[in-house]
Ligand binder design. Structure first.
Ligand code: SF4
Length: 315
């Protein structure tokens, strides 16, 4: 095992949590505020593909009061008020989450990002996008913004297995992801990778190797890990009803998530350990846990093992 006394690892949580990373970096409690800026996705409108990823229903991604019809400033103000009251947050990162948030002209992107950054107490932006939807112009724009503000670039990989990416209709390859990370590295951006565990045919050992991949890409600063779950209106929900998708059990997910964390470099902070969706559209799995209970289920697994993030990280 590698050293357990890594400076990045929170002694109680046993991981490098993104919340603590932000607190250490900015000296106060920082929350992300979701906005719907009216983007669409090239994997839905035909330019990369149609139908979208088999699990995609963007209603499940964001709070219900983030609607593109509401001016961005109003969405941010409402989100900040919520986080101020609930978590006593002092500063904020505006999170462009829904669909593909670099899929527009660079002028339109600049307008949206700058409007968000002009609001009081906003430290920066977090931009979720596909690895194959990052033009040189968009990258230059984010690089310029990052000179004065925090910028997190969230790149969806979801699986490091090209055969799975094909089966889930992602419309991009692993190489698209590694190339995007290489292009975005060294520009002052915090790069976050999204991964999902639970695709049919993926063995735990194979999934856990994706930690090695992230470790090997020096630009990766954080990760979001989700369980695969089917929500209404998706191909995955239809597959579940046809008996073609068997969801993981809670125990399987927790064990593999903990294995993944043990292999992950301590320098990579953890933004999420679960995916959530409104109860009324959730189809499967139904684990009966609230989001923070799932987060702590994984952390408790590390605790029960006497382990922590990076315990099996090989430099
Ligand atoms: S890339 Fe994102 S927004 Fe586009 S179809 Fe896939 S999950 Fe949905």
């Amino acid at each position: 095992m590698s050293s357990l006394s890594s400076q990045h690892i929170h002694p109680d949580l046993r991981i490098n949590s993104y919340g603590h990373y932000l607190r250490n970096r900015f000296g106060c409690r920082v929350s992300k505020v979701n906005v719907d800026a009216g983007f669409t996705c090239p994997n839905r409108d035909g330019s990369k593909g149609t139908g979208g990823c088999i699990y995609c229903n963007n209603v499940s991604f964001s709070p219900r009061d983030t609607l593109a019809e509401i001016p961005l400033e109003e969405q941010v103000t409402a989100g900040m008020a919520y986080h101020r009251q609930r978590l006593t947050s002092e500063k904020f990162i505006v999170y462009f989450q829904k669909y593909t948030n670099t899929y527009a002209s660079v002028e339109h992107l600049a307008d949206l990002y700058q409007r968000a950054l002009a609001l009081p107490d906003v430290l920066g932006i977090s931009v979720g996008t596909r690895p194959d939807c990052l033009t040189d112009e968009a990258l230059e724009l984010l690089t310029r913004i990052a000179r004065d503000h925090y910028v997190c670039l969230e790149l969806g990989l979801q699986s490091a297995d090209d055969a799975i990416l094909e089966r889930i209709n992602r419309g991009h390859s692993l190489e698209d992801f590694t190339r995007a990370v290489e292009r975005a590295s060294g520009r002052g951006l915090d790069i976050c990778a999204h991964l999902i565990y639970g695709f049919s045919g993926e063995q735990p050992d194979e999934f856990i190797k994706s930690a090695d991949l992230l470790n090997s890409l020096p630009g990766i600063r954080s990760v979001k890990l989700h369980q695969l779950h089917a929500v209404e209106g998706t191909e995955l929900a239809a597959m579940y009803r046809r008996g073609e998708f068997t969801p993981l059990t809670l125990e399987q997910y927790v064990a593999t998530a903990a294995d993944f964390l043990e292999r992950l470099a301590p320098r990579i902070s953890i933004q999420r350990l679960y995916g959530s969706s409104p109860l009324e559209i959730r189809v499967a799995p139904q684990w009966g846990l609230k989001n923070n209970q799932l987060w702590y289920a994984v952390l408790n697994e590390l605790k029960c093992r006497g382990s922590r993030q990076g315990a099996r990280y090989k430099e």
